[in-house]
Design a protein around this ligand. Structure first.
Ligand code: AAT
Length: 277
């Protein structure tokens, strides 16, 4: 018998279906419904409140692109904070970077981390590294209590629903600005330019209010609605489009490279229009 999982909560009028061979885990945590399903096409998938968070097949695109663009824009990133991202994928990428000394993960839901360690070891593998520190807290509160501390802050958050709503708001961007050092860089996943036409201009405006350099970049993630996904960077000093890669030694990645870094900032006209609103 064929079983299919359909995501249809996030964009009204659009659904994405994946064949499922087995449900490996399902529970209601304090914050959300959490499930791990096995799929023939994408391997194991992490679902939160019935929305696809990540899967073995395409996770590398999202996790490399949320991390390496900022890590290579900053000339010497030592201390990096990830808010959300309990699966550990962004952490795995961050600790590949040779200058990173400490990577801090602040995830609201302990069960996302524990379940990812159990069922998604390929993604969660970096969480046990001695450079990594994990806190189970609301990211909004955590950044309020830390000033002038991080070189990079990455917001690997769920869509703007439930506990993640505040992670898309101006006050939070301001607190992140204060938690960053004087040449710090902020990056947030900022949803689909096709289906989040209201959110993206608002986020642009709010990030622009805090950072002199604000830029949106794109990556292709097949299991997120529409496939075309945006990230927004706010930088106090370093321009992501002016990175000199001529002496770049590199490290192992499957999506990211210097050409992708540059190309990600080349935007179609409709996206340019969205962010100039
Ligand atoms: N790495 C891709 C997976 C995610 S999951 C995002 C995580 O953010 C979840 O584990 C959720 O528990 C956590 N989170 C939500 N709100 C907060 C908060 N206020 N503080 C800390 N952590 C939080 C991202 C998927 C993107 C999906 C796009 N469709």
């Amino acid at each position: 018998m064929e079983l299919w999982y359909t995501e249809r909560n996030i964009v009204p009028g659009l659904a994405l279906s994946v064949e499922v061979s087995k449900t490996l885990h399902s529970e209601q945590t304090e914050y959300q419904h959490l499930a791990i399903v096995e799929t023939p096409l994408c391997g194991r998938m992490l679902l939160l409140d019935n929305i696809i968070m990540t899967n073995i097949k395409d996770e590398f695109v999202y996790h490399e692109m949320i991390s390496h663009v900022a890590l290579n824009t900053h000339p010497n990133p030592k201390k990096v904070l990830v808010i959300g991202g309990g699966d550990g994928g962004a952490i795995r990428e961050i600790i590949k970077h040779p200058s990173v000394e400490k990577a801090v993960l602040v995830e609201i839901d302990r069960r996302v981390v524990e379940t990812s360690i159990e069922y998604l070891p390929e993604i969660a593998c970096g969480l046990k590294d001695p450079k990594v520190e994990v806190h189970y807290k609301d990211g909004i509160k955590y950044v309020q209590d830390h000033k002038n501390e991080f070189d990079i802050i990455l917001v690997d958050s769920t869509d703007p629903i439930g506990p993640a709503v505040g992670l898309f708001e101006g006050d939070f961007y301001k607190s992140c600005h204060e938690a960053l050092k004087e040449d710090g860089i902020f990056v947030a996943q900022t949803e689909s330019p096709y289906y989040n036409e209201e959110l993206i201009p608002k986020v642009q405006k709010d990030i622009r209010a805090n950072y002199p350099i604000t830029k949106l970049y794109l990556a292709f993630i097949p299991t997120y609605p529409g496939g075309c996904w945006s990230f927004t960077m706010g930088s106090k000093k370093h321009d992501p489009e002016a990175v000199d890669f001529s002496n770049w030694a590199g490290y192992k990645t499957r999506y990211y490279n210097p050409e992708i870094h540059k190309a990600a900032f080349v935007l179609p006209n409709f996206v340019r229009e969205l962010i100039s609103k």
